[in-house]
Write a protein that binds this ligand. Sequence first.
Ligand code: DX5
Ligand code: ZN
Length: 222
Amino acid sequence: MTGQISASMMCSDLTHLKQTIQIFEEEGIEYLHIDVMDGEFVPNFGLGVDYIKGLREITDIPLDLHLMIRNPEYKLQWIGIRESDIVSIHYESTYQVQRALDWLSPFGCKRFLAINPATPIYVLEEVLDYIDGINLLMVNPGFAGQKIVASTIKKAGRLYKFLEERGKKDIVIEVDGNITPENGNILKQYGAGIFVAGTSSVFQGDASQFAENINRLRDALK
Ligand code: DX5
Ligand code: ZN
């Protein structure tokens, strides 16, 4: 299966939002990656409730909501989650990971657990029955344009094996941060299925180059 693309909207130019979305629709972009940041879990503020509402008015592309917020379980109903969306909560963002996953369930969305570069794979052991995917952070989250944490590439390979050994190959691996076509190609071979595309790929240059950038990334993810 070819890799799916989740375009990282924090990298987009707000003054050309409609044009950007139109290109993404024409090119069949699978998800729009929305980095929701609270200034506590990560040292930055990010896309919020009103932005999400506005985006829903101009497109039906499903959202891939990456919640980089503390105690996300109490804030889920603010967001307007749809069944076709992916929602990632962070393992490190709450003491009640199971509660957060349980409370996500009624929304009918795909439930992903995100883990930071230094968080070991074994923390996933007890939640494998409650998740549809894992968002593997390849950078420390909060900012676009960072360089990949080298150890995360091998970690992706180990994660695939970890899932295979437990009969959980249907759990999707998403990779987020510094996904160049080259990194994406390696990670695809290591079993990743969804690729967050930011300044390292799709958002290079201006909107006139996006279609070409998407094609280049798609070729690398075949
Ligand atoms: C991390 C964010 C960004 C995103 C941007 O949660 O989602 O880092 O990956 O893409 P790059 O890293 O290519 O600028
Ligand atoms: Zn993200």
